[in-house]
Design a binder for this molecule. Structure first.
Ligand SMILES: Cc1cc2nc3c(=O)[nH]c(=O)nc-3n(C[C@H](O)[C@H](O)[C@H](O)COP(=O)(O)OP(=O)(O)OC[C@H]3O[C@@H](n4cnc5c(N)ncnc54)[C@H](O)[C@@H]3O)c2cc1C
Length: 476
């Protein structure tokens, strides 16, 4: 069966790109049912979650274990093929999509969790385990994974490591890199590195988990991870607080961080995002209609943290316009849906440009206030919808209606340059992928990019693994 596809306006006979013996080798390794060729079967692996990135692949391979990944990589290397590693395909910067006719290695069948090591408070899981699956696995031990995000039902532990995912609890537990005590991965020559003992102290040279966290599939295919677990607090309380200005919300965030050692999350919804999500879920704004910003704050502890949260909010004085508190699970979930449904609400409006940035606390208010005007100067049709993780200075800038389906370089250019000018990061937690590759120089010096190239060349001299992601072409 031969399949063809349009890639950036070009008709490509994809299957013809692969030698018959290579196809047979791939089929032998994973089984014919897991070596997908027909376009109808590969489409969900070649288009991203937002619909912004559409690629095509001659073959999507679904290995069941590390040794199959290793064998596949060896065949690809000797056939001169490039690989896009893929987990849940929820990434938002195009890093998991075969935009250059690469083959895809999907980890979704690698979904085994080892028994929880309750003594050490650790667990080893396959890279294709979804976050929700891992959460369910550790929950009977009153333990939790330190990173949580709204894509939990689909995103995988391997993808979360590869992107160094952040999410809603970074303010307490740090990003994915901080959860890693060991890793197993397949390198570009098919060799396997495995260091899963989970020792808290282990200064025996280079730290592979640290290196692979945020490497976006360019250095190795992660096959297993040893994760640090955290005792799950038994009591939780959430509040939504409305603020007249963005600046007030920023000042309040700083005060709450100082006052609440049990702070688990400080999320922010700005006005456009609040109207969009309220319409989407068919509910009114819970508190402070007409405000500029709302924080959703969660505290979690083993003794009821409600009083602690109430005092901290009282101490905000006139900064807080109005407050709604969620004590039981249903009310808490009711408040959280305003934050968790935003991405979905945006997706109903078209294909957004998503820019995920971090600003220092002192520049946040200026950024949020200025950026919609900057964007409309480039594209008069564009609407800017912002929300994010204010406790980490992380703002998600979503631009709707900007210049059709193709990335509007003008809008990206103006926002990312502005971020760099304010001393911020052009990627807070989504990574660089293909979307921000050409902007990486805004945050990384010549010397750093040269070091990136040296690391890439050292571990992947033939450019087998995600060669078109993260590192700008001139440094590849
Ligand atoms: C609704 C929604 C909410 C989100 N919220 C957040 C959020 O709060 N915080 C956040 O950080 N992100 C968020 N994201 C983005 C996304 O969920 C994360 O980037 C996630 O970590 C990607 O995991 P994945 O398994 O889907 O990876 P994929 O999308 O499949 O891949 C992402 C990158 O990792 C590489 N990769 C995947 N698996 C492996 C592997 N096993 N070995 C090596 N490389 C690999 C890919 O090549 C690609 O470069 C959100 C996305 C959605 C759709």
């Amino acid at each position: 069966m031969c399949s063809s596809s349009v890639i950036y306006g070009r008709k490509v006979d994809l299957i013809a790109m692969l030698d018959t013996t290579v196809i047979q080798e791939f089929q032998r390794i994973v089984g014919t049912n897991h070596a997908l060729q027909e376009e109808a079967l590969t489409t969900s692996y070649t288009t991203d979650w937002t619909g912004r990135f559409k690629g095509a692949s001659p073959m999507v391979l679904r290995p069941a274990n590390t040794s199959q990944v290793s064998e596949l990589v060896k065949v690809a290397l000797s056939a001169g093929l490039s690989i896009v590693p893929q987990g849940g395909n929820t990434g938002l910067v195009g890093g998991s999509i075969p935009l250059h006719e690469e083959i895809v290695i999907s980890t979704l069948r690698m979904d085994h969790c080892d028994p929880v090591d309750a003594l050490a408070q650790q667990v080893t899981v396959d890279s294709g385990v979804t976050l929700a699956q891992a959460q369910t696995h550790v929950s009977p031990f009153d333990l939790e994974i330190g990173v949580d995000l709204a894509a939990r039902d689909s995103c995988t532990i391997g993808g979360m490591i590869a992107t160094n995912a952040g999410g809603i609890n970074v303010v307490r537990y740090g990003p994915m890199r901080d959860q890693l005590l060991g890793i197993e991965a397949v390198l570009s020559d098919g060799s396997v590195i495995s260091h899963l003992e989970g020792l808290e102290k282990d200064n025996t040279g280079y730290n592979f988990p640290g290196l692979l966290a945020g490497s976006e599939g360019t250095l190795a295919i992660i096959t297993k991870a040893r994760l640090r677990l955290h005792p799950r607090p038994s009591e939780r309380c959430s509040a939504m607080i409305a603020f007249k200005t963005v600046d007030d919300a920023v000042v309040a965030t700083s005060q709450l961080r100082r006052a609440l050692p049990a702070l688990q999350a400080v999320e922010v919804i700005f006005s456009e995002a609040m109207s969009l999500v309220s319409n989407h879920i068919g509910a009114s704004v819970p508190v402070g209609a007409g405000s500029q910003a709302w924080l959703i704050v969660e505290v979690a502890a083993n003794t009821d943290p409600t009083d602690e949260l109430a005092h901290a909010i009282d101490d905000l004085g006139p900064l807080a316009v109005d407050v709604a508190v969620g004590l039981d699970t249903a009310t808490r979930n009711g408040l959280w849906q305003y934050r968790e449904k935003i991405t979905e609400a945006i997706a109903t409006q078209g294909t957004p440009h998503k820019l995920d940035v971090t600003l220092g606390a002192s520049r946040l208010s200026e950024f949020v206030t200025e950026v919609p005007a900057l964007i409309s100067r480039v594209d008069g049709q564009a609407t800017t919808v912002m929300f994010g993780h204010l406790g980490d200075g992380n703002v998600h800038v979503n631009i709707l209606g900007a210049g059709g389906d193709e990335p509007n370089e003008g809008v990206d250019d103006v926002v990312l340059n502005y971020v760099a000018q304010l001393g911020g990061s052009i990627s807070a937690e989504h990574g660089i992928g293909t979307a921000k590759r050409e902007f990486l120089h805004l945050n990384r010096s010549e010397a750093e990019l040269a070091a990136f190239r040296a690391i890439k060349k050292g571990l992947d001299p033939r450019g087998v693994l995600n060669p078109n992601v993260l590192i700008p072409p001139e440094y590849s």
